[in-house]
Design a protein. Structure first.
Length: 517
């Protein structure tokens, strides 16, 4: 983790960038409110206080919530109303959500507060910024959001900590009551006034934060998929001719051209590929998992590009209900419905499953003596005595099977809530949670393909691999020994998974061929 003091994200009236979300979530960046944001927040608060003093009921300001919106709440009960809202909605259950997700969610809620359309006091927004900068992360649980009316329970657990209730984790992971942790870090618990509790929980911030983090992961994994595929093509004596630009141009799908160009560059100068590229080579066509690698990885890229458009629009959105309009009125709306985000989270899970599926098929070809073009069965040192990578493919298969289940969309489901007032929900949070699990699975599947392809390529000696694939193999060998009899395989797989996570394999290839797209 980087030193948080070196990185600072300024939150203004305009949207935060996806890069800023990653900096705060993963690099522990501090946050500070810009002056324009403080001024906008103060102006909107004046509008809310005028409505609060008006005898005419205003939703969320002087009324109950959801199906209880018909009750007018007198001024002396409104602080209790906001406190009760947060306490009752902090009803999450299950395992704790990851720190990076909670930090992303907090930054995105702060970004909406900074627009001056939610009606909170500046002090509330400043406390969110201070909590992020102090590295204090409220404890949030897995279940409790239907992805509509905002990510209610997750955001409520954050607001609960701001009130000085519930628990937080410190930067080093220690679990403390918020009542103790806040003063220890120079922060005062906040007593919420009219509209403030509602403004802190009515957002798509949880699902959006997870989408932004997933897109950052997929940018890296898509390049790794091209590297892994290229290594498999090389090790299985496939051809790179099918990746030629003029063939890709016959089908102008943008992502496909990018993937094919990456694979061509990675395989450039390969003595292994050259060894069987002459007119006397009897091999006519490669299997689909080799030949069609750019078509599948390209379609995944195009899906990511679409998801990024949706994410960027959502980053530029003000999601709250009710919301203060340009005209200064306070209006109810339905912008908290997570459908746009939920759909692309589900769409990405489909692409992730298929990318892993084709990777597993390439790995399996390496292990089958009938199809691996002259290599030992299962790439074993002494087949029969040794099992080689036989069970590494089982692990891939188990993960791919799970990824297919995770590709079942969450967004097509809806369970009515709040006495049928909230009768259609997006399940976007659930879509985000399963995508995170899917991305972890894809990382593992690609790592096993790289580990297997490295062994297969080394078995082609004395033929040498391309400079780029040789650099990737060297990065693997830095952590994992090369050819030889069976060893304990799980730690070796885990070591390559870590290389995949930290982008070291991509960096190794790019050191030879330059940046890959």
């Amino acid at each position: 983790m980087h030193n948080h003091r070196m990185v600072q994200v300024v939150v203004g009236v305009g949207p935060v960038s996806a890069d800023d979300v990653v900096r705060v979530a993963r690099d522990d960046a501090a946050t500070v409110l810009a002056d324009d944001a403080v001024a906008a927040i103060a102006a909107s608060r004046a509008r809310i206080e005028a409505l609060a003093n008006n005898p005419v009921p205003a939703y969320g300001i002087s009324t109950g919530f959801g199906a209880l919106a018909t009750r007018h709440i007198p001024p002396e009960l409104r602080t209790k109303l906001q406190r009760s809202l947060i306490r009752s909605h902090a009803a999450g259950s299950g395992p704790e959500v990851e720190r990076e997700v909670i930090r992303a969610m907090m930054l995105l809620r702060l970004s909406t507060l900074a627009t001056g359309r939610t009606g909170v006091r500046p002090h509330v927004a400043q406390t969110y910024a201070a909590l992020l900068s102090a590295g204090l992360t409220p404890v949030v649980y897995e279940y409790g959001s239907l992805g509509c009316s905002g990510d209610l329970a997750p955001l409520s657990h954050v607001a609960l900590a701001v009130m000085g209730e519930g628990h937080v984790r410190t930067r080093d992971g220690a679990l403390l009551p918020a009542a103790d942790a806040l003063p220890a870090h120079g922060l005062e618990p906040v007593t919420f006034a009219e509209k403030e509790g509602l403004a802190l929980i009515n957002g798509t911030d949880g699902m959006l934060g997870q989408l932004v983090l997933a897109l950052a992961d997929l940018d890296r994994l898509l390049v790794l998929a091209d590297i892994a595929a290229a290594m498999s093509v090389e090790g299985l004596l496939g051809t790179d001719r099918v990746f030629a630009a003029h063939l890709q141009a016959l089908r102008p799908q943008a992502g496909q051209a990018v993937a094919a160009a990456n694979m061509t560059r990675i395989l450039a100068g390969s003595p292994i590929v050259a060894s069987h590229s002459g007119p006397d080579c009897p091999l006519v066509q490669d299997a689909y998992s080799l030949r069609c690698a750019p078509q599948v990885a390209g379609a995944a890229r195009d899906t990511v590009a679409h998801a990024r458009i949706v994410a960027d629009r959502e980053l530029a959105s003000v999601v709250d209900n009710p919301v203060i309009t340009d005209g200064g009125t306070v209006e109810s709306n339905g912008n908290f419905h997570g459908a746009p985000v939920a759909y692309v989270l589900d769409f990405l899970a489909i692409a992730v499953a298929d990318l892993a599926s084709i990777s597993e098929r390439r790995t399996d070809r390496f292990l089958d003596a009938a199809r691996n073009r002259g290599l030992n069965a299962f790439l074993a040192d002494d087949p029969g005595v040794d099992s080689g990578h036989m069970i590494a493919q089982y692990t891939q298969a188990a993960i791919v099977s799970e990824l297919k289940r995770l590709a079942q969309p969450a967004s097509v489901d809806s369970i009515p809530s709040s006495a049928m007032q909230e009768d259609h929900v997006s399940m976007g949070w659930s879509a985000a949670r399963k995508l995170r699990k899917a991305i972890d699975g894809l990382t593992r599947v690609l790592a096993i393909e790289v580990l297997t392809a490295a062994r297969g390529i080394e078995m082609r000696a004395p033929l040498r691999p391309a400079p780029a694939t040789a650099a990737v193999i060297a990065a693997v060998r830095d952590r994992v020994p090369g050819l030889g009899p069976d060893r304990h395989l799980a730690p070796e797989i885990e070591a390559v998974v870590e290389l995949a996570r930290e982008a070291s394999l991509v960096t190794a290839a790019e050191a030879v061929v330059g940046p890959l797209s």
